[in-house]
Design a binder for this molecule. Structure first.
Ligand code: 6PG
Length: 253
């Protein structure tokens, strides 16, 4: 495992929100535009609510929001990652509707994947012409971690090489919608800032195993690694970090 920075956040939601808003604001200052890939599930919701405290019009006018994965359900479904982010964040800030780039979960999986890939290509062409591939180099990527070690919708035992930047998959996890569309590691790994955002005692084993073992087939989060000119950080609460022992200088081999 390459060395990864691990930070235990004292006030998980507030500290994480501050980090993400600062990264996005720096991107707007430097390049006039910022992009964030949101993760799904329950962990980030308190962070999204804290991010909604930032009401700066110029910031939100120039920030674009994407998703790392989505369940194949309609956008108003209780299982939709888009709906959760809309309720906690997007409906509370002056973001332009055109800046919200959702995965269309109401479509069949393959169609939704093709549609999202086209959205990524078009956005990169318009806003990130220097991007080395057909997708943007995102400024901020948020990733959760399942108790089974999955991240986004990359599940244990899934193919190491997905064969496409955006894929449709099916997986059973905690009774959540099985049909999903997900970005794949090449897209995540191109980002400038990659953050695993993990909280709760139930994740302690998955965090420990991901950071200390070497089995990217069984531990898909190990497929995520930053470029030389990118950063990958683990942002944990004390419960999720409880098996890691003392973190000298918040770095963990
Ligand atoms: C999803 C997420 C998924 C999530 C983990 C953790 O669509 O469910 O993208 O990867 O981040 O399952 O979920 P919790 O935060 O709810 O534990």
């Amino acid at each position: 495992m390459n060395e990864q920075a691990v930070s235990i956040l004292h006030d998980f939601a507030a500290d994480a929100a501050a980090i993400f808003v600062a990264d996005l604001a720096a991107a707007v200052r430097q390049r006039g535009v910022a992009s964030i890939v949101l993760s799904g599930g329950g962990t980030p919701l308190s962070v999204y609510r804290r991010m909604a405290a930032s009401k700066d019009i110029a910031f939100w006018r120039n920030t674009h929001v994407f998703w790392g994965d989505e369940r194949l359900v309609p956008p108003d479904d209780s299982g939709s990652n888009y709906r959760a982010a809309r309720e906690m964040l997007l409906s509370e800030v002056p973001i332009l509707a055109d800046n919200i780039h959702r995965i269309k979960g109401e479509l069949p999986g393959e169609e939704a994947a093709v549609d999202y890939m086209e959205q990524l290509r078009a956005w990169a062409a318009a806003h990130d012409p220097g991007a080395p591939n057909l997708w943007p180099r995102f400024d901020v990527v948020l990733l959760g971690l399942g108790e089974d070690g999955h991240t986004a919708s990359l599940f244990p035992g899934s193919p190491m090489v997905a064969g496409a930047p955006v894929i449709a998959v099916s997986a059973d996890y905690q009774g959540r919608p099985a049909g999903r569309v997900t970005l794949t590691p090449p897209v995540f790994n191109d980002a400038r800032h990659i953050y695993f955002l993990v909280s709760g005692t139930g994740k302690a084993d998955a965090v420990y195993n991901t950071l200390n073992q070497d089995d990217p087939v069984r531990l898909p989060a190990q497929r995520i690694c930053a470029r030389e000119d990118g950063v990958l950080k683990w942002l944990l609460d004390r419960d999720a970090a409880r098996r890691l022992g003392p973190l000298n200088g918040s770095r963990h081999p």
